[in-house]
Design a protein around this ligand. Structure first.
Ligand SMILES: CC(C)(COP(=O)(O)OP(=O)(O)OC[C@H]1O[C@@H](n2cnc3c(N)ncnc32)[C@H](O)[C@@H]1OP(=O)(O)O)[C@@H](O)C(=O)NCCC(=O)NCCS
Length: 338
C-alpha cells in the first residue's frame, strides 16, 4: 500500500517581536501574570499589513527548498487557517497564485488549533489512495489584526501570535516499519457541543438577526472578537490531548517514553506540563516554542517542527508524537517516523 512521509519543513514568523512588557502598555496586563499563567514571554505580530498567505508563502518556499523538489512537483495544497486573507475564496487559492501553480487543487480547512494534524491526516489519506503524490500542507495565521488589544480583550490577546509553518508530504515506500520514514497514524476527534466555549460569533449566518451577518451593534458588542472560557478549554485540553495521545500509542503498541520527541500544540505551557506529567514522560521529550511565539493556532506544530530540526532535536528516523486541541472542540494526535 502507498504510504506518505514528510520530506521538507519550512516556517516563517514576522520579524517584529512584541514582549509581554510591550503588551503592558496596551492592555493592563503584566509580564508576571502572562508568564506564570501561560509561559509566554513574547510573540510575533505583523507590522506591514502582511496577510496570512504572505506568511504562508515564505514557509512554503522554505519547505519546498528543504524537500529538494521543484515546486511544479506539488500536486495539491491543503491550507489550514482560521484567519483567512478574505471571507472567500480560500487562502489556499491566494497562496496557489503567489506560488504560480495554476490548476492544482487548493483545499482550505479550519479545525483551529487542530488544523495541522487534521491536514496531515487528509494529506496522508489522499496519498494512500494514490490520487496525489506531493502535497503542500500549510498552517498559517495572522491573529494580531483580529485581537482586541484593549484591557477588555486582555484575557485572549496576550495568548496569540502570528506565523506560518509548512511541510511537503510525499508518497513513499515503506519496507521496514521501524526505520523507514512515514506517517504511521493519525486520530481525529471533535465535539461541537462545546463550540461556543471558544469562538468568534460574527460575522456569520448563525448570527443572522436582521438578515445581516454583521452590523454596527454586533461590532459594538465585540462579537467579531474571540470569546473563550479559559478554564473549560484548559481542563478539556489536558484531558483530550492525553486521551488521544494514549490512543495513538496503544494502537501502535507503544509506551509514551518510546517516542523520541513530542510536538504538542502550544496554547499554554501549563497544559503541556500537565500532559507530560500525566503521560509520565520526561519534560525534555516535549519541544516547546510557546515562550517565543505564543499560540499560532494551525501554524504551531509545523513551526515547532522546523525549529526542532534547526535545533538538532529532530533528526531523521526519530519517532515523533503530535497532538493538538482547539476550538470546536477539536482534538487529534499522530505518530510520525520522521
Ligand atoms: C487563559 C488562562 C491563561 C487564564 O488562566 P487562569 O488560571 O484560568 O486565570 P485565573 O482564573 O487565575 O485568572 C483570571 C483573572 O486574571 C485576570 N486576567 C485575565 N487576563 C489577564 C491578563 N492578560 N493580564 C492580567 N490579568 C488577566 C482576569 O480578569 C481574572 O481576574 P479576577 O480574578 O479579578 O476576575 C487559562 O485559562 C488558559 O490558558 N486556558 C486555556 C487557553 C487556551 O488553551 N486557549 C487556546 C485553545 S487552543
Amino acid at each position: 500500500m502507498k504510504r506518505s512521509k514528510i520530506i521538507g519543513v519550512g516556517s516563517y514568523v514576522p520579524p517584529t517581536i512584541f514582549t509581554n512588557h510591550d503588551l503592558e502598555k496596551m492592555m493592563n496586563t503584566s509580564d508576571e501574570w502572562i508568564v506564570q499563567r501561560t509561559g509566554i514571554k513574547e510573540r510575533r505580530w505583523v507590522q506591514d499589513g502582511e496577510s496570512t498567505s504572505d506568511l504562508a508563502l515564505h514557509a512554503a518556499n522554505e519547505a519546498i527548498k528543504n524537500a529538494g523538489i521543484s515546486k511544479e512537483e506539488i500536486d495539491m495544497i491543503i491550507f489550514a487557517t482560521i484567519s483567512p486573507d478574505h471571507e472567500f475564496p480560500g487562502t489556499g487559492c491566494f497562496l496557489q497564485a503567489k506560488l504560480n501553480l495554476p490548476g492544482i487543487p487548493a483545499i482550505d480547512i479550519r479545525q483551529q488549533c487542530s488544523g495541522f494534524v487534521y491536514g496531515l491526516s487528509i494529506a496522508d489519506s489522499f496519498i494512500r489512495t494514490g490520487q496525489y503524490k506531493k502535497i503542500l500542507l500549510i498552517g498559517a495565521e495572522v491573529h494580531s489584526s483580529g485581537l482586541n488589544k484593549t484591557p477588555e480583550g486582555r484575557d485572549i490577546s496576550v495568548l496569540f501570535g502570528d506565523g506560518a509553518g509548512a511541510v511537503i508530504v510525499s508518497e513513499c515506500e515503506v519496507n521496514d516499519e521501524n526505520k523507514d520514514p512515514h506517517i504511521i497514524s493519525t486520530y481525529l476527534h471533535a465535539d461541537g457541543s462545546f463550540a461556543k466555549e471558544l469562538w468568534i460569533c460574527a460575522p456569520g449566518t448563525g448570527v443572522n438577526k436582521n438578515n445581516v451577518r454583521i452590523d454596527h451593534s454586533m461590532l459594538d458588542q465585540g462579537l467579531h472578537f474571540a470569546y473563550m472560557n479559559g478554564k473549560k478549554v484548559f481542563t478539556n485540553a489536558v484531558k483530550r490531548m492525553c486521551e488521544v495521545t494514549l490512543k495513538c500509542l496503544n494502537n501502535a503498541k507503544l509506551k509514551p517514553n518510546d517516542v523520541d520527541l513530542y510536538l504538542f500544540h502550544q496554547a499554554n505551557l501549563r497544559i503541556n506540563e500537565a500532559l507530560a506529567e500525566r503521560l509520565e514522560i520526561h519534560p525534555d521529550k516535549v519541544f516547546n516554542t510557546i515562550h517565543k511565539y505564543a499560540n499560532t493556532t494551525a501554524a504551531t506544530i509545523p513551526i515547532g517542527m522546523n525549529d526542532a530540526v534547526k535545533a538538532g532535536k529532530l533528526k531523521p528516523g526519530m519517532l515523533v508524537g503530535v497532538a493538538a486541541f482547539g476550538s470546536g472542540f477539536t482534538w487529534c494526535s499522530g505518530l510520525i517516523r520522521y
